[in-house]
Ligand binder design. Sequence first.
Ligand code: CP
Ligand code: NVA
Length: 316
Amino acid sequence: MDVLRMSSLKGRDLLSLAGLSSEEFHGLLDSGLQLKRGWKAGVRPDLLRHKTLAMIFEKQSLRTRSTFDIAMAQLGGHSVLLSQNYIGWGVRETIRDVAHNLERWVEGIMARTYGHATLTELAEHADVPVINALSDLSHPCQLLADYMTLRETFGDLRGLKLTFVGDGNNVCNSHIEAATHAGVELTIACPEGFDPDAAVLERARERGGRVTIERDPRAAAEGADALYTDVWISMGMEEEAEARRIAFAGYTITPEWFDALSPRGVFMHDLPAHYGEECSEDAVYHPRSVVFDQAENRLHAHKAVLVQLLADLPED
Ligand code: CP
Ligand code: NVA
């Protein structure tokens, strides 16, 4: 997929990585890397000139909100920020009505929702592309940036060993889908009761995904090329905080864990980090951490998504 050529993604929604073909997934990584190189070399393409993205947030965000906004601006477009406080969807008016208003004004909608069903309802009614900016089920845009980071760090993805330690929640579910597209061997270490979504796992295994669930996090980290974690208490789970801190005892990643990784092994986190819970601060600021490369790549991954879904590119 050439970033300057129209692809099969034009006009589509991006609700999960499972909704992409493996070719489309790799094409987005290629596009993101190409756009990043171009930007750093001073290329300033106006690929989204006169296009507008509506950004709906039911929850907080630093990285996703900023980088989609900056991506639109750097590509010559514009974004409109709509928090749930402003629009009151599902309360002040229906999601269907919101969709049928927005589609008359903007070329794309990205939304961060609690329930994934809210996103699918929005996508069902809006006739412009809808992008998942994090739901309770998945975080596809995060994994695009993460896999760009793995490409930059290791070159080839096939056969890499990635271990995810922590909650089998949204980020973990997208890991399963990304690893399946990329031929990455994924081990997930989570306590019983915190497994990833069963349907996501089953679909990945049907597609040849190599995913193992392990209960011993230190054993799971042995020989990993990348050790990845996410918060134990995701947004919306605050009431379960104490129970979760107990369930995840022994899952706090510190630099001592890094000795067990493969010699080239790196530490990854999608951020925000809750220090003293899923990891220590010195793990994030360790020389083997690529955490801020991941954050940087959110910008370029989102440019790739926006260009492939929204831009008017030549067909060949
Ligand atoms: N990783 C991530 O999505 O960060 P934000 O919640 O700050 O957007
Ligand atoms: N699992 C976390 C990811 C934040 C980017 C959450 O849902 O809060």
